[in-house]
Design a protein around this ligand. Structure first.
Ligand SMILES: Nc1ncnc2c1ncn2[C@@H]1O[C@H](COP(=O)(O)OP(=O)(O)OP(=O)(O)O)[C@@H](O)[C@H]1O
Ligand SMILES: [Mg+2]
Length: 505
């Protein structure tokens, strides 16, 4: 597979975030958009209001100062005791003293008069001077040498002069900056709060889904009797619970119907097969009277009927545990003893299996007991040893070891059957326990004619005992089938001999 293909299969980030992540991000984004919107509206409205207020106050002030200057210059025209420059300088100084943060500039009689050298005509924005040519008064905010300023120009027509006043806007800019910072801070807090709210709300609303997934996993694990608890107060959840439980009811009904059908069919097939097998036995006794081809046909028929009988027996056993009608009679036993006896029983039913394998029993199992149905356990061992004989050249070792403790039990016992054959390929390890699955090894020469039910039955029996079974590689190659069963500590007076039956699960 090329890397591009691999990359294109990756779900988008939005999907990878998960439902909870998506709700959290949506809440956070919603809170962010809302706070940016509210912040922008508050900031621009406040700024518009404050600047407008400051502009009208400044224009009013500039008009007043322009009037005073006009009167001073007109007075000077009648009484010329002081030089004109002194009169203008005094008038500008009086004008500036009003606010202490403004700078006056006057153009009179073709000359610029300024009070402070750094605030001369060059400090005025050109556009303001242009606007004044057509209008009697104009105002403009701008930045001069990095400082925000407001310049107001007033045309004094009676004396053909133009009066400008530059007002510092530093305090207003500072106020606006503080306001902006406060709004950004509020936005960040709102966004974080939105994300936290989203996380909390999604966690709360997804909690029922977690319950659904837990129950679904339990049902998928085989416990079809599990149902979701009713949620009467919540209309949405009640509907989900009702449909989920109805779906499981139908599923359970269907599975049970199918299992009953298999069980009934197997049961019905048993009697005619028994009659057929008995009739074949009679015929076998008279085989000497048959022609060679008749004898060959009889042998083939007998082998197939036996195989068929076994398959029907296995199917009946499996379907009984599917319908829950399997009768399990448990006995408390010593693990090592149980395995040795089961191997001997297996050898009796499998005369072609060869020498019995060596059994190694972990000394740590001395005080551990198992609760098992001996008949079922013997069948488990028989199937494993038979498989080892068919596909692995015979079982090489059987190990009985103490495993880690299982849920609610003191300990576990691991029983493994090893062979030195080709082993089970990794791709088949999950499937060999399925019903009617026959793997690669089953089609090799001399592997025998099985039906693919042997390991399915092993898994079913082990499950009935609350255990599990798996296959991996034996240390020296070959297959190793391991059964893990829950064990418990033996009572003190119970250490030497196995105890009698305790009950069924
Ligand atoms: N020891 C083993 N080594 C290699 N492959 C094995 C071994 N045991 C089982 N298998 C594989 O697992 C498959 C399933 O085994 P299972 O016992 O369920 O069916 P079967 O032996 O084919 O038929 P039967 O129902 O008669 O037992 C086999 O067909 C075989 O491919
Ligand atoms: Mg088998």
């Amino acid at each position: 597979m090329c890397p591009e293909q691999h990359r294109s299969r990756r779900p988008p980030l939005w999907t990878r975030l998960g439902l909870r992540g998506r709700v959290t991000v949506t809440f956070a984004l919603g809170a962010l958009i809302l706070s940016v919107l509210m912040g922008a509206i508050s900031y621009f409205t406040t700024r518009h209001f404050l600047v407008g207020e400051r502009e009208s106050a400044s224009i009013k002030l500039a008009f007043g100062n322009a009037k005073t200057i006009r009167e001073d210059i007109q007075l000077h025209a009648q009484d010329k005791t002081r030089p004109l420059a002194t009169t203008i300088a005094r008038a500008l100084s009086i004008a500036d003293s009003g606010t202490k943060t403004s700078h006056s500039i006057l153009r009179y009689d073709g000359t610029w008069h300024v009070r402070e050298l750094q605030f001369n005509q060059n400090a005025l924005p050109a556009s303001l001077r242009g606007a004044l040519r057509s209008d009697g008064a104009a105002a403009q905010t701008y930045t001069y040498r990095g400082t925000p300023e407001l310049a107001v120009g007033v045309r004094i027509r009676p004396i053909h002069a133009v009066y400008f006043e530059i007002f510092d806007m530093v305090d207003l800019a500072h106020t606006l900056r503080v306001l902006l910072l406060a709004l950004v801070g509020a936005g960040v807090v709102t966004t974080v709060f939105g994300a936290a709210l989203g996380r909390w709300a999604s966690g709360r609303s997804l909690r029922p889904l977690t319950g659904v997934s837990r129950v679904a996993a339990t049902i998928a694990g085989g416990d079809l009797g599990t149902r979701l608890a009713a949620a009467p107060g919540d209309p949405d959840l009640a509907a989900l619970t009702r449909s989920f439980n109805r779906m499981v009811d139908q599923l359970q009904e269907r599975i049970e119907r199918e299992a009953r059908f298999t069980s009934d069919v197997s049961h019905e097939l048993r009697s005619p097969l028994t009659t057929l097998a008995a009739s074949l036995e009679v015929l076998e006794h008279q085989a000497g009277t048959l022609t060679p081809s008749g004898r060959r046909a009889l042998e083939l028929l007998t082998a197939d009927v036996r195989r068929f009988q076994r398959m029907v027996g296995d199917l009946l056993e499996i379907s009984r545990s599917d319908t829950g009608s399997a009768d399990v009679s448990l006995e408390e036993v010593d693990p090592g003893e149980l395995v040795r006896r089961s191997i001997l029983a297996a050898q009796r039913t499998l005369p072609a299996a060869g020498e019995p394998p060596a059994v190694w029993v972990d000394p740590a199992l001395e005080d551990i007991r198992l609760l098992v149905d001996k008949r079922r356990f013997e069948r488990v061992m028989t199937n494993l040893i038979e498989n080892a004989a068919h596909y692995g050249g015979g079982a090489t070792a059987v190990r009985v070891e103490r495993g880690p403790s299982m849920d609610g039990h003191d300990a576990s016992v691991r029983i493994s059957v090893e062979d030195a054959g080709p082993g089970v390929p990794e791709s088949e390890r999950g499937r060999v326990f399925e019903r009617f699955y026959r793997g690669h090894a089953a089609f090799q020469r001399g592997a025998g004619t099985g039906t693919g039910l042997g390991l399915a039955l092993v898994a079913e029996h082990v499950r009935l005992h609350g255990g599990r079974v798996w296959v991996d590689d034996a240390g020296a190659g070959g297959a190793r089938f391991t059964i893990e069963l829950p064990g418990h500590l033996a009572d003190d007076d119970d250490q030497d001999s196995p105890a009698p039956a305790r009950g069924s699960p």
